[in-house]
Design a protein around this ligand. Structure first.
Ligand code: NAD
Length: 421
């Protein structure tokens, strides 16, 4: 049975707080191991056939010592209160490590959105935002997309909230469509951040990106943009997998050609059938992990690198696009091998960082150029990477623990100054 995500979040807090060894560490742990608030809402929706169906939704607000709560809203049949609480806790640390003035929040509705018509989805989205409206605002809590929510749903959220308050509250949600003042750069923000993190890690590992070899598991939004940028900077992409198998070419794969081929016109194809591959491994989605490469990018699912396969990994750098791809036991093995690891909440923070930029632009009534967005995003990822590296050296811990230490310490300092501890 998999561990309750909320228990996992608490274990990570405990570990970092013990290492930081605050004189009042029990108070710190007590304060951080519960969210400030969890709102549970029941949403009666008139379905297309005239029946009323009641859906349950949540918004968890973990901590706002550093700024308004921030985090996505997930539509999925497995959404539970504990999951949302755990995810809001992780958002507190992700925003803190990224150096953006936000706390952590997360929301969700227990629903299979694929079973809803567009009208039902709109009514459900508007009902959810009406129900959580008393606890959100551009200064209190700023939702965004997560699993199975998108810019259209953000547009409905924004519109519903704006009707309630009587003006266009642009800053109440992020990742809105560009027509509604979303930010340029959002589409590739996660991948760009993962690539920048990998580039910084390569410097620590002592190799140059030019000519460095890369393998990637998963070729969706996060994966494609990560290797697109690494390729632009001179790296060679030699292995790519998706849910159907792996394509390998030791001379290098062209990320755009591969993507265009995979998404060709009406048909979505698998990388395993890509004509530009030298070797095709049907059904083998793990092969990229075991290649002799400099950089490995897990960009698919959680729990891929475990104690049973960590020994087979040869990469010098791992930059995690996926959430939770490495188990704690595997982390230990990789750290012993000296792999430089950019943990998920450091490497894949590009999305929330550009969300922050969108909110800043909306509040100022201006729009930055794409170059401006990229430059500022790069700066944030570089600085979080090096803050983590310094903590690793200072506390003699693994990369992930170092990231937690930086994130938690910033929240604790803010809480202390505010008199919360
Ligand atoms: P996506 O749906 O666009 O792509 C997922 C890709 O993984 C697809 O190519 C799919 O074929 C592939 N895949 C699925 N199962 C696989 C398997 N067993 N082996 C190899 N490949 C497999 O998703 P995404 O948005 O790119 O997200 C990927 C990961 O990155 C997830 O863990 C997600 O939580 C994380 N993430 C994404 C973002 C983002 O902005 N997109 C932000 C933070 C974290």
């Amino acid at each position: 049975m998999s561990l309750d995500p909320y228990e996992m979040a608490k274990t990570q807090i405990r570990k970092a707080v013990d290492i930081l060894n605050y004189p009042d560490k029990e108070n710190v742990y007590a304060r951080l191991s519960v969210p400030d608030r969890v709102l549970e809402v029941y949403l009666p929706i008139k379905m297309d056939d005239g029946t009323i169906k009641v859906f349950v939704g949540y918004r968890s607000q973990h901590n706002n010592a550093l700024g308004p709560y921030k985090g996505g809203v997930r539509y999925h049949p497995n959404v539970t209160k504990h999951e949302v609480m755990a995810l809001s806790t992780w958002m507190t640390f992700k925003c803190s490590l990224a150096g953006i003035p936000y706390g952590g929040g997360k929301g969700g509705i227990t629903v299979n959105p694929k079973a809803l018509s567009k009208g039902e989805l709109e009514r459900l989205s508007r009902a959810y935002f009406r129900a959580i409206a008393p606890i959100v605002s551009p200064d209190k809590d700023i939702p965004a997309p997560d699993v199975y929510t998108d810019p259209q749903i953000m547009a409905w959220f924004f519109d519903e909230y704006s009707k309630i308050v009587g003006y266009n509250a642009w800053g109440v949600v992020t990742a809105k469509p560009l027509e509604l003042f979303g930010s340029l750069g959002r589409i590739y923000s996660t991948g760009y951040g993962v690539a920048v993190a990998a580039r910084e890690a390569a410097k620590v590992a002592g190799f140059d990106l030019k000519g460095a070899t890369v393998a990637i598991q998963g070729y969706g939004n996060a994966g494609y943009y990560t290797v697109k940028f690494l390729h632009e900077w001179g790296a060679k992409i030699i292995a790519v997998s998706d849910s159907k198998g792996t394509a390998i070419n030791r001379n290098g794969l062209d990320p755009d050609d591969l993507r265009n081929w995979k998404h060709n016109k009406s048909k979505l194809r698998s990388v395993v059938d890509y004509p530009g591959a030298e070797e095709r491994l049907e059904g083998d989605t793990m092969a990229p992990l075991y290649q002799e490469v400099d950089i490995l990018i897990p960009a698919a699912l959680e729990g891929q690198i475990t104690k049973d396969n960590a020994d087979k990994i040869h990469a010098k750098v791992i930059s995690e696009a996926a959430n939770g791809p490495t188990t704690p036991e595997a982390d230990e093995i990789l750290n012993e091998k000296g792999v430089v690891i950019c943990p998920d909440f450091q490497a894949n923070a590009g999305g929330v960082i550009v969300s922050y930029f969108e909110w800043v632009q909306n509040r100022q009534g201006i729009a930055w150029t794409e170059d401006e967005v990229k430059r500022r995003l790069e700066e944030k990822i570089v600085s979080s990477f090096h803050a983590m590296r310094e903590a690793k050296e200072k506390y003699k811990v693994d990369w992930r623990t170092a990231a937690y230490i930086v994130a938690i310490d910033r929240v604790v300092r803010a809480m202390r100054l505010r008199g919360w501890l």
